[in-house]
Design a protein around this ligand. Structure first.
Ligand SMILES: [Zn+2]
Length: 100
């Protein structure tokens, strides 16, 4: 059983999420526009993130506590979500994902 890599996630979060994300973007700007990917496991070649990445930056959360970790690469955030989803699948259904 294959697992879609294109699951839409936009509009999944409400206004509070958008405001929190905006606050983190503002903090990133104030930090000179450069920061570090906040996801626990970064899949990018570098943890460096920049304001210029814009929508490519996602707000990362601790899965267990719901605590906001900060901004991270979209790919890293989606990868974390995929790991979580995969962990919920049975062993037989689990399919290795390649995020390129
Ligand atoms: Zn990353």
């Amino acid at each position: 059983m294959s697992w879609s890599t294109t699951r839409p996630r936009s509009e999944k979060y409400g206004r509070a999420h958008a405001q929190t994300r905006a606050q983190h973007m503002q903090a990133l700007r104030e930090a000179g526009g450069v920061g570090r990917c906040a996801e626990r496991i970064c899949r990018a070649s570098s943890r460096r993130i920049t304001v210029a990445m814009g929508s490519k930056l996602h707000l990362c959360h601790d899965r267990e506590t719901g605590q906001v970790l900060g901004l991270g690469h979209a790919a890293c955030n989606l990868s974390e979500a995929a790991r979580y989803a995969r962990a919920k699948q049975t062993e037989a259904e689990a399919t290795r994902l390649d995020w390129g």
